[in-house]
Design a protein around this ligand. Structure first.
Ligand SMILES: Nc1ncnc2c1ncn2[C@@H]1O[C@H](COP(=O)(O)OP(=O)(O)OP(=O)(O)O)[C@@H](O)[C@H]1O
Ligand SMILES: [Mg+2]
Length: 394
């Protein structure tokens, strides 16, 4: 069983005090006694009773005032106070007592059985109230702890979000830098190729042409010396081969037709060149674009993609038909190159990316995207390959 219920009995009549005290003591309560308001207030602080049975009429202070003081003290506020009056008390006086914070009123004379029944009922109410209060305090404590935990978790989450945002920003910045560097690299490479092509044309190409011209001139001047003419035949044909080789190098570096006649003519020229080297591959070509509709910097991109795609066709596809489309429609430029060759498994190739360094498809994609377009690749084993570069606004 729990501790005994403590009751403080306050009465200035000694007989009444000891009689009531005996009744309560016999019923198993722990009883404390006081006969003045001052003793009562002291005992309440000292013993912390569960219930105070308080006589309304005391020598030093009215019981109602004592009740008010107990109830307004936050430390003692949960003590039950039952006012008792020895005289006949009017209902309005009882109401005043309850207004002062009293929890009940017992009018004397009262039979001991009734007194005990009233006390027991109040003690039960007090116990329930205490239990409720405890549960409430525990709940409040748990809510406080949980709130603190949540606040901490929230703070941690916030700082993680901030950290992630910072990392994302850094990543985006370095991505932009990388794109900028790549485009600079491609531009510089193109400029350098153009410069070397011109150099080859102006120095080696012109010199070779001059040598060939001189040799042919000697031949034409030495008609009556057939031995000399015969001896010069081989150097002339070698010089011709060297001229063609240097022209091929120049065209690979930067086809002059692109700068002289534009992209439509370059597509035609490139297809004819490819056809002459691979006579078994038929090429169908459709160009539906006016030269002025295609911005100058995109022309070299179109050419490089075509060059790389055809290189792949000759190297990997075993195709006998290639279709090239270059069209401008509603302000969008589209380059499509499809073959009917062996094709390949695109997913399997992607899985191997990073293990094997292959540059062709990557550079086509990179060039397209850096110039504001999107690149798609479709291929199926046995089903041919299609590469497409699309620029939505040119
Ligand atoms: N038209 C095609 N037909 C069949 N397979 C192709 C075709 N184009 C590409 N492939 C396949 O895709 C792979 C990757 O092509 P990519 O151009 O990226 O590299 P590569 O040609 O092997 O090497 P690199 O271009 O760097 O010299 C090729 O090895 C080949 O297996
Ligand atoms: Mg390639």
């Amino acid at each position: 069983m729990n501790r005994k219920t403590k009751i403080l009995l306050v009465d200035d009549e000694p007989e009444m005090l000891s009689l009531t005290s005996w009744i309560l003591d016999s019923a198993g309560y722990e009883v404390f006694e006081a006969s003045t308001a001052a003793e009562c207030l002291e005992s309440v602080h000292e013993h912390r009773p569960d219930l105070v049975l308080l006589d309304v009429v005391l020598p030093d202070l009215s019981g109602l005032e004592v009740c008010r003081r107990i109830k307004e003290n936050p430390d003692l506020g949960r003590t039950f106070v039952v006012l008792m009056s020895g005289s006949l008390v009017s209902p309005s006086q009882q109401a005043l007592g309850l207004d002062m914070g009293g929890d009940g009123y017992i009018a004397r004379p009262v039979a001991s059985a009734e007194l005990l029944a009233r006390v027991q009922s109040l003690v039960r109410i007090k116990r329930v109230e205490d239990a409720l209060q405890n549960a409430y305090s525990q709940m409040e404590k748990r809510v406080e702890e949980r709130t603190a935990e949540l606040a901490e978790a929230n703070e941690q989450l916030q700082s993680e979000i901030e950290e992630r945002k910072r990392t994302e920003q850094k990543l985006r910045r370095s991505e932009r830098q990388l794109r900028f560097l790549s485009s600079q690299l491609i531009r510089t490479q193109e400029e350098e190729r153009k410069r070397i092509a011109l150099e080859v044309h102006d120095s080696i190409g012109s010199t070779l042409t001059a040598i060939k011209f001189s040799l042919e001139h000697i031949v034409s001047e030495a008609k009556d010396a057939p031995a000399v003419c015969e001896a010069l035949k081989t150097p002339i044909s070698f010089t011709q081969i060297a001229i063609e080789e240097s022209r091929k190098i120049m065209n690979d570096l930067r086809p002059s037709v692109l700068d002289d006649l534009g992209i439509s003519a370059t597509v035609g020229w490139f297809c004819r060149q490819f056809q002459s080297i691979h006579p078994a591959i038929r090429i169908e070509r459709r160009v539906e674009a006016n030269e002025e509709e295609i911005p100058e910097p995109l022309k070299i991109v179109v050419f490089r993609i075509m060059q790389e795609a055809f290189h792949n066709i000759s190297k990997h596809s075993r195709a006998d038909l290639v279709r090239v489309f270059l069209t401008v429609k509603d302000g969008a430029l589209r380059l499509t190159i499809e073959d009917n060759g062996v094709g390949f498994n695109v997913k399997a190739l992607r899985r191997k990316e990073g293990q094997i360094r292959r540059l062709g498809l990557t550079s086509m994609k990179e060039r397209t995207e850096l110039s504001g377009g999107s690149f798609t690749l479709k291929s199926r084993t046995g089903g041919g390959t299609t590469v497409e570069a699309f620029w939505p606004k040119v």
